[in-house]
Design a protein around this ligand. Structure first.
Ligand SMILES: *Cc1c(COP(=O)(O)O)cnc(C)c1O
Length: 366
């Protein structure tokens, strides 16, 4: 019997394809790659992913603990702000503590000083198409901006974290950003043991020149004699996962609207936040449909696509690229049934690894 929709379907062969690119980048550049769990925390896949990476990085205590317990390797601890209540536990899991500000560094330095200490620095430049996701936006709180203050703590830090890219698919744009970092921060790089360039580099995308990126990173590491880190999140799972849904009804209102057993806001939230469309393959044919969710939100629309044949109630639709920033953001809005999580094994067999029911819904509130 086929699995009941909705469910996220993670494809092991597609993950292998991305992980081979991670291997290529690591070996050609010497850079270490730690997985940013914020983008994807579906830990049943970590046994496949972790051998191709150097560890994980986090944006909260929960992610840090998950990385420590289920990913292994080097566990980098970063959070925009640690609380007094969580700092001791955070330090207990961490191999490196990366503070977002000098005030946090000074507040917790004595507790953390047995570990390598990093500081997130905001160089004031970035590559992002969205103001919402731009760490260099006005009044940004993401990383220390005052270099005169950085001078006062530089002897206490062994590395910087500079996360300034979002979906950057251009090696030239990345390289130009690095040129700017060198002009602004070169004197610090001379003193540091490591620099992390964060995430947001889309090096697993089709046709990305991995060797050119690797050469740039290697030259940088050799020039300053330091270890480069990257923190890919989305890039690890790009085009590995679909959201499998079923058509429940088709209504007509100038266009044919197929309502499916999912909801954009609940299951692919970033499409709404960044006003993007989902994808289907091949998205070709004479039959045009709006694919819409079943929540009561008027704009609950995955996108408009072309299909080779008319859709009918009961038909399956696969929404593409549903791995990054989906499962980590799913929610119970409208009480819409939570998609299960399934893995297509290398031999093609699909295995359900987690499903959710009313008990989970009720347990998420009180
Ligand atoms: C979000 C984030 C990442 C991962 O970004 P991707 O775009 O998913 O690669 C890495 N590092 C930091 C500090 C982040 O905030």
């Amino acid at each position: 019997m086929p699995l009941a929709t909705p469910y996220y379907l993670i494809d092991e062969n597609a993950l292998d394809r991305n992980l081979a690119k991670v291997d290529q980048l690591r070996s050609a550049s010497g850079a270490k790659c730690v997985m940013a769990l914020k983008a994807f925390s579906t830990w049943s896949t970590f046994a496949q992913i972790a051998p191709h990476m150097d560890g994980s990085t986090s944006s909260s205590l929960n992610e840090l603990r998950l990385g420590h317990e289920k990913f292994g390797g080097e566990t980098h601890a970063y959070s925009v702000a640690w609380s007094d209540a969580e700092i001791d536990e955070a330090i207990s899991y961490a191999d490196k503590m990366i503070f977002n500000s000098i005030s946090q560094l000074e507040r917790f330095y004595d507790k953390a000083k047995h570990l390598p200490i990093g500081l997130r620095v905001n160089p004031g430049v970035s590559h992002s198409h969205f103001d919402l996701a731009d760490p260099a936006r006005p009044f940004s709180r993401l990383g220390e901006i005052d270099l005169a203050k950085v001078d006062t703590v530089i002897d206490r830090v062994s590395g910087f974290m500079l996360h300034c890219n979002c979906e950057n698919d251009s090696v030239d744009a990345f390289s130009a950003l690095l040129d700017t970092f060198e002009v602004k921060l070169g004197a610090y790089f001379e003193k540091l043991e490591w620099v992390s360039f964060g995430g947001g580099i889309h090096f697993t995308g089709e046709g990305y020149p991995i060797d050119a990126l690797a050469a740039r990173l290697k030259a940088f590491a050799e020039k300053y004699q330091l270890q480069v880190y990257l923190e890919p999140g989305d890039a690890i799972v790009t085009d590995t996962t679909t959201l499998e849904v079923t058509v429940l009804d088709i209504v007509e209102n100038e266009k044919s609207v197929a309502i499916v057993d999912s909801a954009v806001e609940a299951h692919m939230l970033d499409l709404l936040i960044y006003r993007q469309s989902a994808g289907v393959a091949p998205d070709a044919g004479a039959h045009h449909y709006v694919i819409a969710g079943k929540s009561c939100l008027a704009g609950d629309v995955f996108g408009e696509f072309d299909f080779p044949a008319p859709l009918s109630v009961g038909d399956r639709v696969s929404l593409l690229n549903a791995g990054g920033y989906t499962m980590v953001k799913k929610n119970w809005f409208n009480g819409v049934a939570m998609p299960a999580i399934a893995i297509r094994r290398r031999n093609g067999e699909v295995e359900m690894i987690r499903s959710f029911d009313y008990t989970d819904y009720a347990a998420s509130l009180s």
